[in-house]
Design a binder for this molecule. Structure first.
Ligand code: GLA
Length: 377
């Protein structure tokens, strides 16, 4: 069975767009291992759109771009596997992919066989050029069925941007994760808007089928395909914390070959990743205090399988803010004799035991994330 926890990996799109090649993939895989990203949990190396020739061959099969991948995809896949990583690729429900390469419409079963023969472990499946006469859920069911029956375990990563009421039907397609928003851009406003749009969707996120809030932009600093001005490290920390708390898959989007130490520190924060990879797979829920003074600071609470909680305070606004959690609001009445032992997951330190509530001040776009363990006073 696949996707016991939110999938973790890297995808070529955010930085490289159409500028992909066998060489890039090999260099990425090499540095991935050296940097310890596999040890941190990142496993799936995914080639996004623009990998194929513009036409199928005479038998109707997809053909890798000869100049980008001169040795074919099996060679790339073998290399990726030799590093202990898993290999992902991309196609689309429509007649063409979003960038205009052949889509899998009416070729679902043969394409699944092709991907299986190349050793593909993960398929991202996009929504462009969708034929109008067939509902989206049928198109995802087709590929879901094809993948489940191609004699190879292939993780199914749906990508229809939250369109057509996807929350209602995506689990029925066999998808292991599903994109719930439009494309992320490497700027604070994009991170903020995506996160805010999914804070009421915690009931649609669970083990084996996760709400995918799109690939990470951590460490892009405005460079590459979706670079739009970039963010600072504090904003990238908030971005990563939100994705961890909200149980999104964690797909790195920056250039791994050029990753600096601070980016690596963010992406390999083990205590944050542990919240994301908790086996119960619950997305954090939003504490709605209905109090205007606190409105810019979102308080998220993620129930963890061992009885503790991930608790995050996120200043989504552009002015200083104050975050506050009354423990009563997460189910702890005042007179129980219990409190929460709080551990700051960015400072990596225990800050003490709190009874009844916790309050903190936050600069714009900053966050604090804790693991809170129930203790008897
Ligand atoms: C869509 C997807 C992106 C990316 C591109 C590729 O926009 O949402 O994540 O895959 O297509 O063309």
């Amino acid at each position: 069975m696949l996707a016991h926890t939110p999938p973790m990996g890297w995808n070529s799109w955010n930085t490289f767009g159409e500028n992909i090649s066998e060489e890039l993939i090999k260099e990425t895989a090499d540095d991935w291992i050296e940097l310890g990203l596999l040890d941190a949990g990142y496993q799936y190396l995914v080639i996004d759109d623009c990998w194929a020739e513009k036409t199928r061959d005479k038998d109707g099969l997809l053909v890798p771009d000869h100049s980008k991948f001169p040795n074919g995809m099996k060679a790339v896949s073998d290399y990726v596997h030799s590093k202990g990583l898993k290999f992902g690729m991309y196609s689309c429900v429509g007649t063409m992919t979003c960038a205009g390469y052949p889509g899998s419409f009416e070729h679902e079963f043969v394409d699944a066989e092709t991907f299986a023969s190349w050793g593909v472990d993960y398929l991202k499946y996009d929504y462009c050029y969708k034929p109008h006469h067939i509902p989206g859920h049928i198109l995802y069911k087709r590929m879901g069925m094809a993948l489940k029956n191609c004699q190879k375990d292939i993780l199914f990563s749906a990508c229809n941007w939250g369109a057509d009421d996807v929350y209602a039907w995506i689990r029925s397609t066999g998808a292991h994760m599903y994109r719930s928003t439009g494309d992320i851009e490497d700027k604070w406003e994009s991170i903020r808007d995506i996160a805010l749009s999914q804070m009421d969707k915690d009931c649609y996120n669970a083990s084996h089928c996760y709400n995918d809030m799109d690939m990470l932009v951590v460490g892009m600093y405005g460079k590459g395909n979706v670079g739009r001005g970039g963010c600072n490290d504090e904003e990238y920390r908030t971005h990563f914390s939100l994705w961890c708390m909200m149980n999104s898959p964690l797909m790195i989007g920056c250039d791994i070959r050029k990753m600096g130490q601070e980016t690596l520190n963010i992406l390999t924060n083990k205590e944050l990743i542990a919240l994301n990879q908790d086996p119960e797979g619950r997305q954090a829920y939003l504490i709605d205090r209905g109090n205007a003074a606190y409105n810019n600071v979102k308080v998220l609470v993620k129930p963890i399988s061992d009885g503790s909680f991930g608790i995050g305070f996120f200043n989504m606004g552009d002015t200083d803010g104050r975050g506050s959690l009354q423990f009563w609001d997460i189910g702890l009445p005042s007179l129980t004799g219990y409190g929460f032992k709080m551990r700051d997951l960015w400072e990596h330190e225990n800050i003490g035991v709190y009874k009844e509530n916790y309050t903190c001040n936050l600069k714009p776009h900053h966050c604090k994330v804790f693991r809170a363990e129930l203790v008897k006073n």
